[in-house]
Design a binder for this molecule. Structure first.
Ligand code: NAD
Length: 251
């Protein structure tokens, strides 16, 4: 019987080989195989924790309570996660000129840890903290979290992770660069995103509007699959990226 996934994976690899400008667009799904669950869904983080800890007002009014959960999720738990095969294959693709940039909605720093150089963090990063008073930024690994909430060593202001909380705007540079990528890409590789979080979800539509070929990897169909995807590779990212790696790099 014809193996449609195999046929489509080969087709995707051929298109990736021919593309002069490919951009990957990643969501929480790419980090699931690193042990980081997505926010929503049955085993999602919000089934265990209350998302109000990431609401700005709540954070300012209850910094200690918010920080106790933030530390547990984003530093104790995320901090132990390692990049998986999908992060590594993307880094290898960039090194060998099969990929020009990664736009990620993730805040876990795993693309950079895998070796990716051009990464636009649409929602910011947990790897840095920002002082809510003087706006100075600090490497998170240099900030002590034994006494909460952490304070700025320069002005004593409250520190906040440098990712966006609910209701905050997208970092300007990441937004601008992501739009440029969507305008320039010949191929857009969507991995592990439901496409429900705006304005991030609008970026692949811009790419499609600019005639990019949309290749999507996800175990489940998404709104992208229904509306803009040209080649849908259904499955876990680790398995599909391994196949793509073989097709791109093995002689
Ligand atoms: P999402 O949580 O809405 O959806 C995750 C998607 O990943 C789903 O479509 C699911 O089918 C897919 N998926 C699950 N396992 C997969 C696998 N093994 N391989 C490939 N895909 C898989 O994710 P989202 O659309 O990125 O939105 C959630 C938002 O929450 C993001 O914008 C992000 O900022 C944030 N978030 C980040 C992290 C992280 O940094 N790792 C984790 C959770 C949430």
């Amino acid at each position: 019987m014809l193996d449609l996934l195999k046929v489509n994976t080969k087709k995707a690899a051929e298109i990736l080989k021919q593309s002069k400008h490919t951009t990957a667009f990643t969501g929480a799904g790419i980090s699931v195989e690193s042990g980081i669950p997505p926010f929503r869904g049955k085993n999602g983080l919000w089934s265990k924790y209350d998302p109000k800890i990431l609401e700005l007002n709540y954070f300012y009014e209850h910094p200690k309570d918010s920080w106790e959960i933030i530390k547990e999720i984003f530093y104790d738990f995320f901090g132990k996660a390692q990049p998986n095969r999908s992060h590594k294959v993307l880094a290898k693709m960039e090194k060998h000129n099969f990929l020009q940039a990664v736009i990620t909605q993730n805040i876990d720093n795993l693309h950079q840890e895998a070796g990716s150089k051009t990464v636009y963090e649409f929602h910011g990063t947990s790897a840095k903290m920002v002082c809510t008073n003087c706006k100075r930024k600090f490497e998170s690994e240099k900030v002590h979290l034994d006494k909460l909430p952490p304070k700025c060593i320069v002005c004593g202001g409250l520190l906040k992770p440098d990712f966006i909380f609910f209701g905050e705007g997208i970092p300007q540079n990441a937004f601008k660069k992501s739009v440029e990528e969507a305008e320039n890409a010949e191929v857009f590789l969507l991995i592990g995103s439901t496409g429900l979080i705006e304005p991030a979800a609008s970026i692949p539509y811009k790419a499609k509007y600019n005639d990019a070929v949309i290749i999507e990897i996800n175990p489940e169909r998404t709104v992208f699959t229904e509306k803009i995807t040209d080649i849908f590779l259904q499955g876990k990212a680790g398995k599909i990226m391994l196949q793509l790696e073989k097709l791109l790099f093995e002689k």
